[in-house]
Design a protein. Structure first.
Length: 128
């Protein structure tokens, strides 16, 4: 295989790896957002539990039940989206692993071709 073809193959493997890496980035950002929203919901729930004994009006009007049902629905939606997103992330990471493996294989092959050419040149120079 010629050096130019190896260089081209290396560039293609690197481009595929970078493309797959870029596909993963928005998934990771969205996962961080969802985890942040769940943490914020947890802190709101803790605050409500801490102050619920002091707010008798909320119990009388049923507002506490409405809030807890909203909190439960919101948590369920966030967890569902997080599960879907993590499934997508796993698939994207698998693609990235494959692209990385191909990139490494091409890099190793390029080094072997270079070493072979260098040795061939050395043996030719020693023969002359």
């Amino acid at each position: 295989m010629t050096y130019d073809r190896m260089t081209d193959l290396s560039k293609v493997a690197e481009a595929v790896f970078q493309r797959d890496h870029q596909k993963l980035r928005p998934l990771l950002q969205r996962e961080a957002q969802l985890l942040n929203q769940l943490a914020r919901l947890d802190s709101q729930l803790a605050a409500v539990k801490a102050t619920s004994a002091q707010a008798d009006g909320y119990h009388v009007t049923g507002t506490d039940l409405l809030w807890h049902s909203w909190e439960s629905a919101t948590r369920r939606d966030l967890n569902t989206e997080l599960a879907r997103l993590r499934s997508q992330k796993l698939a994207a990471m698998e693609n990235l692993r494959g692209a990385f493996g191909r990139k490494q294989a091409v890099t190793n092959l390029a080094h072997r071709v270079q070493d072979h050419k260098r040795r061939a040149a050395q043996s030719r120079s020693q023969e002359a």
